[in-house]
Design a protein around this ligand. Structure first.
Ligand SMILES: [Zn+2]
Ligand SMILES: [Zn+2]
Length: 591
């Protein structure tokens, strides 16, 4: 891989004689794989010279843009990025998903006519937008992982793997535990340890290092790191080369030289340290292990579809401190999340809250209260956002906590934490992607004229045979329609159809053989699926029903209330019965 820095500055462009060596443009890094995959990391003002260089090289270049977040210093070069105006180019634009407007409309906002003379509709290149959550996705021959950073806007860090090398881009992040601004053991705070783990073994880490420790005390909550924290985290993670980045506009070249010297003394050779300078090129030769396929990582896709209703459920605020409670309720309102005070005795028997916020410093009663509250929730387990004054004073590990908010925090930080908690909660189960031949598949299904017809013995005998042969209480002939799954035959199931996004069969039709899930609750794709939690299902096996034209219209599936595994004979029987269903579906019963 090769990296080139086009913008290294944070906050605002800072041109002039005192910044010529490290550069005045804001965040923008070009990364290319050996095979030529082009990735642009952030589009600050450095994106303008990068765009001009790309166009000079290839009239209508194509590539991917990965935005960490949409603060000005990371997007202001986007409307000046020449390749976007060149017909024939294709650009994939990735950025963190929010709860409100999509990233495309946020970006369109900065190109409204009050601010900019050209609108987003006038871009000449073919641009597609991808909203990301934590997970993994692929760009050309590169695998990208995402993880939330600690910043007053929802911000993603990127870990990019390819050519046997690993590069991390972690811009706009501050220690979760503010005392780590002085440096120290990142393992003392679980959140910071997770941050360090994200850069584990990286060959190169490009990291926000806007301050030194002495400057940080008055800037806690601004969302930026110190060189002390960055060096200590990089050393703990075994990082080969650490590149200080997102330079403070108040730091001139000489100040940055001093900062680098300070960081190198601290690193003492355990990680190589440099500060990013505009125009610098880094050739990255991998020392990392060979790439494993994305599926093997156990991570879910970062660009997955989320149902809107999962992003709108209630926040329960179980916090005594009136100032903190007011701030939390205001943040929830700003994110359009309905919020209730736990003291008001909310009704938790329905769908339940998405997020519970608890103040763990209050007293032991707060945690007992949390446990009691979680026990009362009927639906899927909510995300728990825990508030604390210091991540270091926690005496014992606290169960069920998804995320931490260190108080006091700015309104922006509180909103960001709520967003991340809702998104994490919403992302714990996975809707199946649509198959490549979806249109043709739906045509074939409609052509059968079987949807919404009455039960028929000629199909019921297959579900009966499946239950008998495989010893399960439940079997279904599931047909996967555009937005739902509908059962032509069902044994042991009380409903006739359900939502496709929550359907296990929608996953099963993607394969060519039986999909067997020994324990749904142990499988990240299904563990929190509301449809599964509502039915007590534990075991699933589904064989695709394949028509003569190759269309996978549905499955013959069996479900049990206990974890299991089918043996080879049982798998063969399920396949044989599914083939029988396919034949029956295509047979004219009048013939
Ligand atoms: Zn920034
Ligand atoms: Zn920012």
């Amino acid at each position: 891989m090769r990296i080139r820095f086009w913008g290294t500055r944070g906050s605002i462009a800072t041109p002039g004689p005192s910044t010529v060596r490290y550069g005045g443009n804001t965040s923008c890094v070009e990364l290319r794989s050996d095979a030529g995959t082009l990735v642009v990391l952030d589009c600050g003002t450095g994106a303008r010279p990068l765009g001009l260089a790309l166009v000079a090289e290839d009239g209508s270049p194509s590539g991917a843009i990965l935005l960490g977040h949409t603060h000005w210093d990371h997007i202001q070069g986007l409307p000046f990025f020449e390749p976007l105006f060149r017909p024939g180019g294709r650009w994939e634009l990735y950025g963190p998903r929010g709860l409100g407007p999509s990233m495309s409309s946020t970006l369109a906002g900065q190109m409204q006519y009050q601010y900019f003379p050209v609108s987003v509709e006038q871009l000449g290149a073919d641009v597609s937008y991808h909203d990301l959550v934590e997970g993994t996705f692929e760009v050309g021959d590169l695998r990208v992982r995402t993880q939330y950073l600690n910043h007053p806007a929802l911000t993603l860090g990127y870990r990019i793997e390819g050519d046997g090398a690993v590069v991390c881009y972690l811009s706009d992040h501050e220690p979760f535990d503010a005392t780590l601004g002085d440096g120290g053991d990142v393992r003392s705070s679980g959140q910071d340890e997770r941050h360090a783990a994200f850069m584990e073994g990286a060959d190169v880490v490009i990291h926000d290092a806007q301050y030194q420790a002495a400057e940080y005390a008055s800037r806690v909550g601004w969302g930026h790191s110190t060189v002390e924290y960055v060096v200590d985290a990089a050393v703990a993670a075994g990082v080969g080369r650490t590149v200080l980045y997102h330079h403070d506009p108040a730091h001139d070249d000489d100040t940055l030289d001093a900062l680098v010297a300070r960081a190198r003394r601290r690193a003492a050779g355990r990680t190589e340290v440099a500060a990013a300078a505009e125009g610098d090129v880094l050739e990255v030769r991998g020392t990392a292990a060979p790439d494993e396929p994305a599926e093997a990582s156990g991570l879910r896709p970062a660009a997955m579809a989320l149902a809107v209703e999962d992003l709108t459920s209630t926040v329960v605020v179980a916090v005594g401190d009136p100032a903190l409670r007011a701030q939390l309720l205001a943040a929830a309102a700003a994110e359009h999340l309905p919020a209730v005070d736990a003291a008001d005795g909310p009704d938790l028997d329905g769908t339940g809250p998405t997020v519970v916020v608890v103040d763990v410093d209050e007293d032991d009663g707060a945690l007992d209260g949390l446990r009691a509250l979680l026990e009362r929730v009927a639906g899927p387990t909510p995300a728990v956002l825990a508030v604390t004054r210091s991540l270091r004073d926690l005496s014992a590990p606290v169960p069920s906590i998804t995320d931490w908010l260190v108080w006091p925090a700015s309104a922006g930080h509180v909103r960001t934490k709520l967003r991340a908690a809702v998104l994490r909660r919403a992302c714990r189960w996975l809707a199946a992607p649509r198959p490549a031949d979806e249109d043709r598949r739906l045509d074939a299904l409609r052509h059968l004229e079987v949807l919404d017809t009455a039960p028929e013995e000629r199909f019921d005998r297959f579900t009966e045979a499946a239950c008998r042969a495989l010893g399960t209480p439940i079997a279904m002939i599931t047909l996967v329609d555009a937005e739902r799954q509908w059962f032509k035959s069902r044994r042991g199931v009380g409903f006739a159809e359900s939502d496709r996004d929550q359907s296990v069969c929608a996953h099963a039709i993607l394969g060519s053989d039986v999909l067997q899930i020994p324990d749904l609750l142990e499988d990240a794709r299904f563990a929190d699926n509301p449809a599964i939690l509502a039915t007590d299902a534990r075991f699933y096996a589904g064989a695709p029903i394949v028509l003569d034209d190759g269309s996978h219209v549905g499955t013959l599936c069996v479900v049990d209330h206990r974890p299991r595994l089918l043996d080879d004979d049982q798998l063969a029987e399920l396949r044989r019965l599914a083939a029988g269903v396919a034949a029956e579906l295509q047979r004219d019963p009048r013939a």
